[in-house]
Structure formats: structure tokens, C-alpha cells
Design a protein around this ligand. Structure first.
Ligand code: AMP
Length: 407
């Protein structure tokens, strides 16, 4: 069974193909047969294509087109043509899964794509202007190649958080905001849910008996408090801007600052959007980079703004974990995932240090090795600490498999 996954972002389209033997869902994520990425931000009118296969073939190309639909089409063609060919024909694809960033209040689980589902995703564009249209374009490309009969599945990044208690999901603004859809949705749900399931497997316990905090620390950062397999709180809100400090995003700031900037400096909505989403966070404070590795290097060279950036990052992370802890009322495991969470032993150690009063004890030797899918707490720690390699694409492929086999 061949499952194609499309993961569209504002500046890139990523895709991979999983080939499952005898239709069986393996318990651990397999390597994709083919992986591709197209990036259109570097040069106007030129997109960079990168493709690799499990057999070690790598293709790099520059494509000139301004149409994202056409670029995605060219990327997918490398599945059945050129040196990266892994299929004889596109019809060998059995199902396609799409990561859809915003499912609003409507989509509480993954769903087969129908004209009504597409219309509903389009109607949520206002809430995710950079992402939902790109997701719809991906669906359109697949329809162009394989027609409307091929099953396509929308897997929502917000779905995991739709069960959050109303008190956690509602902003204390006027009640009318709720009717307008202004509420906390939460994001990174595919990753938080996947990590919770992997954690239960690693711990050999049932998810329904666990209280977990998942820390998704990548370019975007968010936490989730997970009780009995359900997200009961999270740090991102109406948009992926709320919560922790991130690579280029500020996370939560006093909304009074925005009013001040509008009144004093005549900031427009677009300028506020730019400053909060692109010129803040690690990059904004350090003036160096949004990449934690570069912050760490600058810090060892004595750069004081890099030091401040890291200190704010850790301060906010600890506060966030504290807030999630309060929503759970206890903790069985703290889980680190995504680029920073999986690779930075310094960030993990600093985050854990504040929670030693819970009896949480990190094993420094295990932590420094950044092992994938392992427990890095000491044997006598009262809270387990796990590093889990997030596999959002595999989580989407699993959703496809389940939907196909439940019908
Ligand atoms: P992601 O969004 O999950 O791909 O994470 C990307 C981010 O992970 C990068 O911007 C880096 O800040 C961070 N990262 C990747 N590798 C490391 C590392 N070895 N140490 C610290 N941060 C890292």
C-alpha cells in the first residue's frame, strides 16, 4: 500500500511516500521510500527542489515557475520519472494525506476530503492565511493527477486540542468573541498526539493512565498538557503566535504593547504581523539568528544578546511547563521533541532544573547523548523524561491507513 503525504507550509511544500508491505501498519515508523521538498522563498520566480530516495539517489534542481500548483506537480512527477523514480505510474498511489493547519471548531478528527470539506477548509482561510490555501492547492494537484476518486485525507493540526475544556479554550475578552470563533485552538496537534502515543509505548503504559507534558520545540514552539490521551491545555492559541518564545515569533506579549505601537508609531496590521512573527523571538533579541545552534555558538563567544535570548527562552519555557503542570495536577512524563527539544541537551537540562522539587531527576550522561525515543531520567526519578523524534508525516500516514481500513 502506497501512502503519499503532503505537508504544505507558507514557503515550502514537503512530501513523502510510505510503501507498506501487505497493507500492514508497522508499530514503528518506517523510512519513507521517497522524500521531496520544494522551497520558493530564496529567489523570486525560482524554486529549489530537493528529492531523495531510500536507495540513496539525490536530486537537486531549480525550477522556474511562479505557480505553486505547477511546482508541486513537478515535485510529484519525480515519483514516477527522472532518476528518483520509485513508482511506475501515479495510479500506484493508494491514498494521500494532507497536513491541514487549521480545522477550526468544526474538524475534531481526520476526515476524507470531499467538496464540502474543501469548502470548509477554504472558509477557515482567514484563520490561517498562509497555510490553508496551500493545503487546498495540494489537494487540487492530486486531483489533477489522479482524479477525484482517489481518497485524500485531511489531518488537522488543531484537531487534537478540540477537546480542551472551555475554560482553557476561551479568552477572557467579551463573550461575543466565542461566537466569532475568537478562541484558543492550539497547534502542533499532530506532533503532540504522536509524542503522547510514542511515550505510552516507550513507558509500557496505557495512555489513559498518563499525565504528560509534551514540549514541541522547533522553529515554532508549543507545549501541551495531556491527560488520559486528551489535550487539556496548550500554549498556542487563536494563532500559532501565542505562548512560548520561538525562533522568529515573540510568543505572548502584553497586548497593550500593540496598542502603544499603533498609537505612538502608527504601526499597521501588516507591520505588527511582520514584527511579531518574523522579527522577534530568538532572532529579534539576539540580532543574530533564529537558530538555537547559532545562539549557543554566539553565547560561548561572549555575546550578551545571545545570552539574554537564551535566558528569556528558558524562562518562558519553564513558566509554560509550570502552567501545564497546574492544568494536570501531576506529571508522569515530560517529553521533548522537534529540532531544539530533540537536539539541545542544554535546553532540556535547564528546563528540567526548575522541576527537581517534583522528584524529577535528569541523568546527565543520557541527556548529553540526545538519544532518540529514550528515557533520559535517572532510575529513581519520580517523573520520566523522554526525548521523542516527532514524525508528523508518519502520524498523517497512520491516519490515512486507519481511515481507509475503517470504511
Ligand atoms: P524544526 O522546526 O523541528 O525543524 O526545528 C528547527 C530548529 O531546531 C532550528 O532552527 C534549530 O534552532 C534547532 N536545532 C536543530 N538542531 C539543533 C541542535 N543540534 N542544537 C540546538 N538546536 C538545534
Amino acid at each position: 500500500m502506497n501512502i503519499l503525504v503532503l505537508n504544505a507550509g507558507s514557503s515550502s511544500q514537503k512530501s513523502c511516500l510510505y510503501a507498506l508491505k501487505q497493507n500492514v501498519l508497522p508499530s514503528q515508523p518506517p523510512e519513507p521510500l521517497w522524500e521531496a521538498q520544494i522551497d520558493w522563498t530564496h529567489q523570486q520566480g525560482v524554486a529549489e527542489l530537493k528529492v531523495k530516495t531510500t536507495t540513496g539517489v539525490v536530486l537537486k534542481d531549480e525550477l522556474s515557475s511562479v505557480s505553486r500548483v505547477n511546482l508541486t506537480l513537478q515535485m510529484l512527477e519525480t515519483l514516477w520519472s527522472r532518476e528518483t523514480q520509485v513508482l511506475e505510474k501515479p495510479q500506484q498511489i493508494d491514498i494521500v494525506g494532507h497536513r491541514v493547519v487549521h480545522g477550526g471548531e468544526k474538524f475534531r478528527s481526520s476526515t476524507l476530503v470531499t467538496p464540502e470539506v474543501k469548502a470548509a477548509i477554504a472558509s477557515l482561510t482567514e484563520l490561517a492565511p498562509a497555510h490553508n490555501p496551500a493545503n487546498l492547492e495540494g489537494m487540487e494537484v492530486v486531483e489533477q493527477i489522479l482524479g477525484t476518486e482517489l481518497p485524500q485525507v485531511a489531518v488537522f493540526d488543531t484537531a487534537f486540542h478540540t477537546q480542551m475544556p472551555l475554560a482553557a479554550a476561551t479568552y477572557p475578552g467579551p463573550y461575543e468573541w466565542l461566537n466569532k470563533g475568537i478562541r484558543r485552538y492550539g497547534f502542533h496537534g499532530i506532533s503532540h498526539q504522536y509524542c503522547a502515543q510514542q511515550a505510552a509505548q516507550l513507558l509500557g503504559r496505557e495512555l489513559k493512565h498518563l499525565r504528560l507534558i509534551t514540549c514541541h520545540l522547533g522553529n515554532g514552539c508549543s507545549l501541551a498538557a495531556i491527560r488520559e490521551g486528551y489535550s487539556v491545555d496548550t500554549t498556542m492559541g487563536f494563532t500559532p503566535l501565542e505562548g512560548l518564545m520561538m525562533g522568529t515569533r515573540s510568543g505572548s506579549v502584553d497586548p497593550g504593547i500593540l496598542i502603544h505601537l499603533m498609537r505612538q508609531d502608527n504601526y499597521t496590521a501588516d507591520e505588527l504581523d511582520q514584527v511579531l512573527n518574523k522579527a522577534s523571538g530568538l532572532k529579534g533579541i539576539s540580532g543574530i539568528s533564529a537558530d538555537m545552534r547559532q545562539i549557543m555558538t554566539a553565547l560561548t563567544e561572549g555575546n550578551s544578546r545571545a545570552r539574554l535570548a537564551l535566558e528569556i527562552y528558558i524562562h518562558r519555557l519553564r513558566s509554560g511547563i509550570g502552567a501545564m503542570l497546574a492544568s494536570l495536577g501531576g506529571l508522569d512524563a515530560l517529553i521533548f521533541t522537534a529540532g531544539i527539544g530533540e537536539n539541545s541537551s542544554d535546553v532540556r537540562a535547564a528546563a528540567c532544573e526548575s522541576f527537581e522539587f517534583l522528584g524529577l531527576k535528569l541523568d546527565p550522561q543520557k541527556n548529553i547523548r540526545s538519544p532518540e525515543d529514550r528515557d533520559i531520567a535517572t532510575a529513581n526519578s519520580k517523573v520520566r523524561v523522554l526525548v521523542i523524534h516527532t514524525q508528523e508525516d508518519w502520524a498523517i500516514a497512520q491516519e490515512c491507513w486507519h481511515l481507509l481500513h475503517s470504511n
